[in-house]
Write a protein that binds this ligand. Structure first.
Ligand SMILES: Cc1ncc(COP(=O)(O)O)c(C=O)c1O
Length: 460
């Protein structure tokens, strides 16, 4: 039976001259423009005691709610747009990206359906996906041949973790078609190969979330890249078990880009059916500039690519995309429901895990239009050059040792305590070096004046 439902709600109560909304925007922009990362630092316990309160019975005036936020909450927030915030690439401070973010909120389009939920927004989403595909070297069909969401070759997601998870679903269906319906019969056949010690947790987590079990096979690395002889040996040894090989175009720690062409050639020579996934959350940056482009040579041969514009393109959270070389592959993980419109351009059909989805792509569309191709070259070159300058400062310092060769925009270094020389450490010295660096970092975090990232790295 076909039914028609009516849902009622209050009439619109929005005043276009709403002073409060304008005030909120001012507060947000002033926050982003400040030099300090934090207004104040407190322990988690102190913040809990300050902020975890009961819901008052009486309504609070809008002005008072804003004041409450400004006085009690905002000073404790971190500002990633501060020039002292050097922990990650995320800055979220491109002015058109911010404008797009605000407008996406105000326009409240829902990407789940096209015809009535997001009549124009869906096509902005498609445009952005095509721009990203083109930059990475994936072929795009002619615009007139994009007749359904299955012709687009990608989807926008909130983050790299979701994008990687969708990639693992595609790999699973490629390995054992129909698993979406039948369920995983033999999880040991769905193993995934990753480089040892530098992988991102999202791949293993994805496998557990999609019912494949944590069947991860690690391969030794040299200089934070696959040792391709070891990769070949591993694939021969585990051949029938492997559903995917992951390569990092910029790993989370050192942003080293793997030799993607070599990885591709090794994998395809041994088993052309293995799904090849490139995690280019960071490496997308290299696609923008002729000076960096060679570093990702071969990426367009991979079956899928994750990108994370919220890390490198100064757009606010969250925005990632999974791009798929063969757009039709997305059919294998589509969802059919009478609650999602069965219409050609309903993205809800092809975006696993997500129902209602806001217009995340608008901020990137605005940012990319505002910069153009030339501006993206500048963005990439600038980030790389600043990192090179920083690497030079590290190299010139007698007590700092640099631990990576610079591919993108991460400089990895450690402080060497007096009496310890790099390259010649016994276990006790290594322990002392590690403890000292952890302590320096912890103190920096407490003070909140500077922010650097900290992690464990295999000693190369
Ligand atoms: C290489 C890599 N992949 C995936 C992710 C996950 O991305 P997100 O935090 O956007 O989910 C990260 C995040 O740091 C990353 O560095």
């Amino acid at each position: 039976m076909h039914t028609t439902a009516i849902r009622t709600h209050n009439p619109p109560a929005v005043d276009p001259h709403d002073g409060l909304a304008h005030q909120a925007l001012d507060i947000g922009l002033q926050f982003k423009a400040r030099t300090e990362i934090f207004g104040r630092r407190s322990t988690a316990g102190e913040i809990r005691n300050l902020l975890v309160t009961d819901l008052p019975i009486e309504p609070m005036a809008g002005e008072a709610v804003l004041a409450e936020f400004v006085d009690r909450v905002l000073p404790l927030c971190k500002n990633e747009a501060s020039p002292r915030f050097m922990g990650f690439g995320d800055t979220g401070d491109d002015h058109l990206a911010l404008a797009g973010s605000v407008l996406a909120t105000l326009t409240q389009q829902n990407m789940i359906n096209q015809s009535f939920d997001s009549p124009s927004a869906t096509f902005i989403e498609i445009t952005v996906l095509r721009w990203l595909r083109g930059l990475l070297g994936y072929a795009n069909p002619l615009v007139g041949n994009v007749n359904t969401v299955w012709d687009v070759g990608g989807m926008v997601t909130p983050g790299g973790t979701t994008s990687n998870t969708v990639a693992m679903m595609l790999a699973r269906e490629a390995k054992a078609p129909g698993t979406m319906q039948s369920g995983v019969a033999d999880p040991s056949r769905f193993a995934v190969v990753v480089p040892r010690g530098i992988g991102h947790y999202s791949v293993k987590a994805a496998l557990t979330w999609i019912g494949c079990g944590a069947h991860i096979i690690e391969v030794a690395t040299d200089g934070f890249r696959y040792n391709t002889d070891e990769l070949a040996r591993t694939l021969r040894e585990h051949r029938d078990r492997v559903m995917a090989v992951i390569a990092y175009a910029g790993d989370s720690r050192t942003q080293t880009i793997d030799d993607l062409r070599a990885v591709h050639d090794v994998v395809r020579a041994i088993d052309p059916k293995i799904w090849l996934h490139a995690d280019a959350c960071w490496g997308l940056l290299a696609a923008f500039s002729p000076n960096l482009r060679d570093k990702i040579d071969g990426i367009a041969e991979f079956d899928s690519i994750t990108v994370d514009p919220h890390k490198i393109m100064a757009v606010p959270y969250g925005l990632s995309a999974l791009l798929v070389r063969d757009p039709a592959a997305v059919r294998t993980i589509s969802t059919y429901s009478d609650l999602i419109m069965q219409e050609d351009f309903a993205f809800g059909q092809v975006t696993p895990f997500i129902g209602t989805k806001g217009w995340m792509s608008l901020k990137l569309w605005m940012m990319m239009l505002g910069r153009g191709r030339a501006g993206l070259v500048e963005l990439a070159d600038h980030r790389h050059e600043v990192a090179q300058t920083f690497a030079g400062l590290v190299d010139a310092h007698p007590r700092l040792v640099r631990l990576n060769d610079l591919d993108l925009a991460a400089v990895v270094f450690a402080y060497l305590p007096a009496g310890i020389e790099a390259g010649n450490l016994d276990d006790a010295e290594l322990d002392r070096l590690n403890r000292l660096n952890i302590a320096i970092h912890a103190r920096m975090m407490d003070e909140g004046r500077w922010h650097l990232h900290q992690f464990t790295l295999p000693d190369d």
